[in-house]
Design a binder for this molecule. Structure first.
Ligand code: AMP
Ligand code: MN
Ligand code: MN
Ligand code: MN
Length: 288
C-alpha cells in the first residue's frame, strides 16, 4: 500500500502550537507514515520528534523551512533529509535567528509608534525562548482586539506597507541551497502558488532555483487550492523538479489545515520521495 506523506509541519520550536511529541502523535493518529518537521529557521525540535516517531512507529524526516529574500519578496525554501548537526547549516540559521530577534524588537517599536504597546514583550513571551515569528505578534494583536482574526491582523498590520511590517533581510536563495545541500538535504520551494508574483516572475524564481541545484517544488500544499496543485504540477514538469506534498500544519487552532489531509500528487509528478528508502523514509545515499 502507498505510504502517506506529509513533508511540511511546524512545532513549538517555531510558530506551531504543539510540542514535537504531540505533533508526531497527532500525525500518527491521522494516518501519516512519513512526517517532515520543518520549523522556520530552526532545527531544535527534531531530536524530540525523532524519539516520538520511533515510539509511534512512523518515519520522521528531519527538515527546516529557510526564510529567503528574493528580490523584494520573502520566499520559503524547505530543506528535507538534512543533517541537523551540519555546522554550515547551523551557522546560517543562527544568522537568520539573529535577524529575527532584531526584527521582532523593530516590529515592537513600529507598533508602539502606531499606539500598540507591549507587542514585542507579548510576542516574546508567546515564543517561550524559541524563535519569534509574526504569528506570535498576530496572536497578541488578535487577542487585544486590534482585528477580528489572526488573518485580519496580518492584512492590517503585518504585511508589507502595514504599520508593523519590517522588510526581511533573510538568506539569499544561493545561501539557502548551499546550507541545505551542505547538510546533505534536498531543497524544495515551499507553497509556490502562495507568493503574490506574476507567472513570469514565478518562472524566473524556478529557473534560478534549478540553476542552483534545487530539487523539488511543493506541488501539493495545505495552503493551495486544488487548481493551484494542478498548475504547480505543470510547472514542476516544465522545470523537471520533483514534487513534494506538505500540509504546513501549525496547530489544531486552524481547522482548515490538518496533518496528512492532502490531495494526491497530480498524475505525471515524480515524488521527491521516489528515491527514499521505503522502510525508514530516509534518503537512500549512493554507496561510495
Ligand atoms: P515570519 O517568518 O515570522 O515572517 O512569519 C511568517 C509566518 O506567518 C508564516 O509561516 C505563517 O505561519 C504566518 N502567516 C503569514 N501570512 C499569514 C496570514 N495571512 N494569515 C495567517 N498566518 C500567516
Ligand atoms: Mn509559520
Ligand atoms: Mn512558509
Ligand atoms: Mn511552513
Amino acid at each position: 500500500m502507498d505510504k502517506h506523506y506529509d513533508l511540511h509541519s511546524h512545532s513549538l520550536a517555531s510558530d506551531g502550537t504543539l510540542s514535537p511529541t504531540a505533533l508526531v502523535q497527532r500525525a500518527a493518529a491521522a494516518g501519516v507514515d512519513v512526517l517532515a518537521l520543518t520549523d522556520h529557521d530552526d532545527t531544535s525540535g527534531i531530536a524530540e520528534a525523532q524519539q516520538a516517531a520511533a515510539a509511534a512507529a512512523i518515519a520522521l524526516v528531519p527538515g527546516v523551512e529557510v526564510s529567503v529574500t528574493w528580490g523584494r519578496q520573502t520566499v520559503h525554501i524547505v530543506g528535507l533529509q538534512i543533517d541537523p548537526t551540519s555546522s554550515l547549516l547551523q551557522q546560517g540559521l543562527a544568522r537568520l535567528r539573529e535577524f529575527r530577534n532584531w526584527r521582532a524588537e523593530e516590529m515592537g517599536r513600529r507598533l508602539a509608534k502606531h499606539g500598540i504597546h507591549g507587542a514585542y514583550e507579548a510576542a516574546r513571551e508567546k515564543a517561550h525562548g524559541r524563535i519569534i515569528s509574526r504569528t506570535h505578534f498576530a496572536h497578541f494583536l488578535a487577542e487585544q482586539g486590534h482585528a477580528a482574526s489572526v488573518r485580519d491582523v496580518f492584512k492590517s498590520f503585518l504585511k508589507p506597507n502595514k504599520p508593523g511590517h519590517v522588510p526581511g533581510e533573510w538568506a539569499t536563495l544561493e545561501e539557502a541551497l548551499g546550507w541545505i545541500h551542505g547538510a546533505g538535504g534536498e531543497a524544495v520551494i515551499a507553497h509556490p502558488a502562495r507568493y503574490s508574483m506574476t507567472a513570469s516572475k514565478r518562472r524566473k524564481l524556478l529557473g534560478e532555483f534549478v540553476e542552483l541545484g534545487g530539487e523539488g517544488l511543493e506541488v501539493v500544499s495545505g495552503s493551495h487550492s486544488r487548481g493551484d496543485n494542478f498548475s504547480m504540477a505543470q510547472l514542476a514538469k516544465l522545470f523537471s523538479l520533483k514534487a513534494s506534498a506538505g500540509s504546513d500544519f501549525h496547530g489544531p487552532e486552524n481547522p482548515w489545515v490538518e496533518l496528512g489531509r492532502l490531495q494526491p500528487l497530480p498524475d505525471g509528478c515524480v515524488p521527491i520521495w521516489s528515491d527514499w528508502s521505503a522502510a525508514t523514509g530516509s534518503l537512500a545515499r549512493a554507496a561510495v
